[in-house]
Design a protein around this ligand. Sequence first.
Ligand code: DX5
Ligand code: ZN
Length: 209
Amino acid sequence: MLVAPSILTADFTNLASEIDKISTADYIHLDIMDGHFVPNISFGPHISRKISKLSKIDLDVHLMVTDPLFWIEQFAFSSTRYITIHEEANQVSETIKKIKEQGIKVGISIKPNTSVYRIVPLLKEVDLVLVMTVEPGFGGQSFMENMMVKVKELVKLRNEKKLNYIIEVDGGISDKTIDLCKSSGVDMVVAGSYVFNHEDAKKAIESLK
Ligand code: DX5
Ligand code: ZN
């Protein structure tokens, strides 16, 4: 299992040591919130650039913004591996094209109330599908088990259409919910509060792999 701790729950007054704590992870997940697409504001390109410089591992950028097209170049750091936008945002096709122009892998995400069938036409364009297992906007929420139905649909579609996108889930992931993710076919998990509130972040990451 690929593990991407979400820096949203970290202690931003000690960013360097917080990033060091998660050096055994596969990616660092950056939750970018614009206060419009979701009812919260997190951080922007400036702090994200600082994180990209402090981190030895690549970035998994999760854009929870209404107009992602405007922001792509500002998050296109050398260590940005994935930029994920939401199906519910504006100008999705133009933005996918823009991300690819930066040489960065494309992710598409769906909120809990959005059906997998809304993204079927996009599946051949993307490298990653992010199934939200909480309503986006905050860390520390409870895992929505019923979202695993979508994961199983995406595994089936991937086989039928001979595609190779990876399936990521985000929200409420911990040692209590990881087995259900594994048995449903998830490839990559985001974990914020479970990792950063754990007395040993590296142990927490290991428990999810
Ligand atoms: C929520 C974010 C998640 C969140 C995960 O909108 O997209 O990445 O930070 O935090 P936990 O793991 O605490 O649910
Ligand atoms: Zn996220």
